[in-house]
Design a protein around this ligand. Structure first.
Ligand SMILES: [Zn+2]
Length: 127
């Protein structure tokens, strides 16, 4: 049950600029236009796990060799990972998805919404 193509191996590795807690929107694939929060960032693979997105059901049967595997049976719903190029950050201020721009100031690095100019460095945590 492999839905993801393992062909996205680029030579250059752009940095993953998403963080846990960021709100993102899926821009391509079967979950396109779905939004969710980043729950995990896999920087080496440039993939993220987003709540409620790319859900997959794991069927676990009691056929594992180890006792730990045998005790985990049934169907487990969990979000799969999605490549960072398939999601885009959502600005918490204007609510649109945006490609942020970065500015370095005395306060540190800021992530700014290209559309409304809001600082979305720390958009999570206060709602
Ligand atoms: Zn904005």
């Amino acid at each position: 049950m492999k839905r993801e193509r393992p062909d996205t191996r680029h030579k250059e590795r752009p940095k993953v600029r998403l963080h846990i807690g960021d709100e993102v929107e899926v821009i391509t694939g079967k979950d396109a236009s779905k939004r969710g929060r980043v729950t995990e960032v896999l920087r080496d693979e440039q993939r993220v796990r987003v709540s409620g997105v790319a859900m997959m059901t794991k069927h676990q049967r009691a056929r594992g060799r180890s006792r730990a595997m045998q005790s985990q049976t049934g169907r487990i719903q969990m979000p799969g990972t999605i490549h960072v190029s398939n999601v885009q950050l959502v600005c918490g201020v204007c609510g649109k998805r945006t490609r942020p721009r970065f500015e370095v100031s005395d306060a540190g690095k800021q992530r700014l919404c290209r559309l409304c100019g809001a600082d979305i460095s720390r958009q999570h945590g206060e709602e």
